[in-house]
Design a binder for this molecule. Structure first.
Ligand code: ADP
Length: 226
């Protein structure tokens, strides 16, 4: 599904962020990407989202070279990818319901689809009772659950979770990881970046370890070797 083929990235100021990165991810996999700050994790995700381009090598999504996707076709590709961030990135003036509905509106869904899918997806993340709360009225764990609902509501093929538990306590971290596992169990591919050793070990899934822009390990099951 995803293929990084000998990808290097040098930023305009000369910083080398990725150096000869090659790996592939199959449909339905759950992979964690770990590495110290500056290892290249964010750059790797930006390349996957088409926000940055490789200096050499190629990144493909379902055999399509992301760099060759025309600007007008990019939104269609992006809709197949749901993204979850460490700082949630919810719209502060919209309720939990409206934050999720907004993602459906942007994808051109009908009012009927929105009215039926939003409560369903909020129930999936156990937030039915707080549907009408604004972000300022929600805890960190709840905010992240809204962000997950928003990321999955348009049925993406891939979820990218970039340090989703970085601002959460252990109980909320556990819950968010359980939700990501549940999403993966129904067939969605998940790419998780994390610093959390416990998360990676509890998941027991594939782990790619990055260091100074290189993949230094690729373990089939849950080793965090930093
Ligand atoms: P991580 O997400 O693992 O912390 P990053 O991909 O953010 O790593 O960064 C990898 C390297 O690239 C670091 O040395 C960082 O300072 C550098 N870097 C990231 N973004 C830029 C940029 N826009 N311009 C120049 N250097 C950058």
């Amino acid at each position: 599904m995803i293929y990084f083929d000998n990808v290097s990235k040098v930023y305009p100021d000369g910083t080398s962020a990725l150096d000869g990165v090659t790996f592939s991810v199959d449909q339905g996999e759950f992979i964690s990407i770990v590495g110290h700050s500056g290892a290249g994790k964010t750059t790797l995700i930006k390349l996957l989202l088409g926000e940055e381009h490789p200096t050499s090598g190629s990144v493909s999504f379902d055999s399509v070279d992301i760099q060759k996707v025309r600007a007008k076709d990019m939104p269609t590709l992006r809709r197949r990818i749901g993204v979850i961030f460490q700082n949630f990135r919810l719209l502060p003036t919209k309720t939990a319901y409206e934050n999720v509905a907004f993602a459906m509106e942007a994808a051109g869904k009908t009012d009927e689809e929105i009215a039926s899918d939003v409560p369903h997806v909020l129930e999936l993340v156990d937030l039915s009772k707080k549907m009408w709360n604004f972000p300022r009225q929600l805890s960190g764990g709840e905010l992240q659950r809204v962000a997950i609902a928003r990321a999955i509501v348009n049925h993406p093929d891939l979820i990218i979770a970039d340090e989703p538990t970085g601002n959460l306590d252990p109980v909320n971290t556990y819950e968010i990881i359980q939700i990501l596992k549940k999403i993966n169990d129904i067939g969605t591919t998940v790419i998780l970046t994390t610093h959390n050793k416990g998360v990676v070990e509890a998941l027991g899934k594939r782990v790619i370890t990055m260091d100074h822009g290189k993949v230094v390990r690729d373990d089939a099951t849950g080793k965090y070797a930093l």
